[in-house]
Design a protein. Sequence first.
Lengths: 162, 750
Amino acid sequence: MAKQGALFETSGGKLLTFALAEQEYGIPILETREVVGLMPIESVPQTPPFVKGVINLRGKIIPVISLRSKFNKPEQEFCKETCIVVVDIHNTLTGMIADSLSGVLTVQVDAFEERPQMGHNVRTEFIVGMVKQGKRVIIVLDMEKILANEDLAFIKTTKEEI
Amino acid sequence: MKPLSQPVNEPQERLQPLMEELSRKLDTEQLRQYSMPYLSGVLCLLDSIQAVLSSLKFPVFLKVIDLLNQFMGDILVEKMSYYSGMSYVLNLYELFEEAWYSLITGQEKFPELEQNLLRLRSMFNRVDVEGIIQSTANEEATIQVLREDLRKDTVLSDFVSESLEGLDAVEATLLRLENNPDQLELIQPVFRMIHTIKGTSGFLELTIIGTLAHHLEDLLGQLRDRTRVFTLQVFEACLHSVDVLKQLIQQVSDLIYEEPPVPVNVKAAYKLLSLCLVAEKKVPSFIPEFDSNASAYIKPLGAILIEKGMVSQEAVNEALEEQNRPLGEILVQKGIVSREGMNAALTEQSTLPKSSGKEEMVRVSSAKLDELAELMGEMVVALSLLSQNTEIAAVTSRRTQTNRKARERLEQLEKVTEHLRDRILGMRMFPVGSIFNKLSRQVRDLAHKSGKHVNLYFEGEDTLVDKTIIDSMYSPLMHLVRNAIDHGLESAEERQEQGKPTEGNLYLRARHQGDSVILEIVDDGRGLQRELILAKAIKQGLLRQGETLTDQQVFAFIFQAGFSTASQVTDVSGRGVGMDVVRHEVEKLRGKITIESAPHQGTTFTIQLPLTTSIIEGLVVRVGDTRFVIPMLDAKLTHIPKPEDLKRIQGAEQDLFLLAGDLVPIIRLHQFYALENAVTDPAKAVMIVVQVENKKYGLMTDELLQRQQVVVKNLGDRFAHLKGIAGGTILGDGRIGLILNPREVITCHQ
């Protein structure tokens, strides 16, 4: 519910939409900081597979994650449309690799559906809900959950390894 | 209706208009404007009321008016701050009003009035202290209440920060005074600070703080006027009151920022103060000569007069024996000094520099300073890369005569940048002395507790260090100091047996050395006991029997968590949880801590810290596709081992190589970090030799790229778990380098 609020009340129903593995996703616009073209990603040792590394964003070092990896989709080569979407959650910046950018979309409340109960390719706790726009179906992501979960998961796995 | 003991109708008629007018005058609006006509108006009304009441035989009312007059008088001669004084006046007047009106409606409420009178008088008066202890209810868990409209006002937070700072200075001065009780002029700034706190807290309606400050001020006043002599009890009372004031002010700060306030126990402070205030006053049997060179504080009036030749020392002494009046007044009255002469002296006193080194200050948020420092760091790095750039270097090279101008411009830029960097980094620097002063209080308390006499010496208090160092080093230093006093220094008897002076000596030293700051804690106690430490280490399985270690290596064991050779655990130390934290804090600042000790002679802890935390000089190396930066502080040398120098010892985990007679273990960074495309043959690698706890290790890398100053950037929480990586940085070509923490790498490797 709160996340819905973030989408409609704070961001005014505006979503930044991008494509990844033939599926469109959206993030409330106020959670995104900027989008940059693909730049060299420096890999960092001892990090989980979905943490691709870090980039130099005008002097700031920012981690970059791969949603493909996070969502267990097959990896793909980067192409010229590939970009990095930088999100700002609680004043921490993180970059996400996207296959291509679709644009900014304004959605109406009635086009929004809460997350479905049934199984989906994507684990449902990362989804705020879905939006229908004509023939397009856009999955609205809960970035906070996506970026938070992994730390716990990673710490858990490293503990098991030790 | 009970018949009144006296007829009141007629006096009532006369009183009614007077009281109404006084009520109006004491209305809050008018109260807030301090003006002489206003105050004299109030006084006149009080006089008239007194005249009417004197015809009656109600002694309690006369007492009330009397006390009101006393309050007003004190406000006028500024013995009491305006706002707190007027609040007393208002309070008392309301009580009087209530009692009077009850009286004319047939109820005599004299006992209550008497009691309130007693309470007010005692809250105020120097002598009746039982009343204080009874009247301040609910001490054990005092939580103050802030005026809502003031909460967000900067005046309140300014008060908090200025008072806390001032109280730190007060504490330091009190400690100095304790050791030098003849330097009475030290009381002046202490008195002034407490007086200011009393006044401002009254204005801000922080009555609990105000009342405590008031009573402390009274005690200080007596000390200043020499009607009371310094005893240990007096010092305890003062120091404890300062502690409680700090706690109360901290509570105000918590309340402002809506954090859970910690209840403060005020009762104990009052008890201590009251014990002093009711004890017999002792007047010193001699009055010390004024030494006009002794103080950096306000010159005593007497000293100025003596200097000007207007009075003799004896006359001043005699005048001082007369208490309760300002010295100047007494001398003028006795005709010893003329009024003009006195005025001249007073002018001189007020124009003298009031205290040493108080500069104009501007408050800047530390976030802004951090940002500034970071930008500065970037600029330094950008500039150094610019001058290293091959094309620019070709143009500005000393060899080409034609480009002298270009070179000069570049050098000018470098010089200015360097100055700018120093100034900006300097903005965050403060003298180490502030930690030292706080520690001296701990030393004093601890020494008393353990029954040892400790002499504390400071050296280099003016040494400037970065604020982060001051903030993080306080706890570790305190721990080391506690250890020194608790375990290092022996009891007086033991010391005597060994022919040492019975007083233990503790030295705290600070100095700059190159681009580091060195802190030393030295004691002349019993020293670390090598055998005990070895035994404990073997027992804890940290060491195999028969291994030979240098003294340094043995002493380093005390930094292990849970390690303690203390046979008794005091509540202060000995639990073995402190030293590892000390080392951790030092290393967090990228510093080093080393120990030297000799039996019966003492122990020295030396902490070396880099002056700035944000820029470090390092070696940029490549391992596979990753760039690492190894801090110069740790790197000793680089070496490419010859194939014949590579050894593998039976049973040893690591390869080793021979370097100037030492066998140096190899740490394979590519293995440690699971990096691909790296060099795996040590004979083809570049070894960066680092030294950790007197042991050398070789970090195996593919290539040494360059030596560079880099700006340290925090990688963030996401990477906090990384072992051996202290941060990141942006290298000259825009790529990112990972800053290594060699010690952590080595520790994890084992």
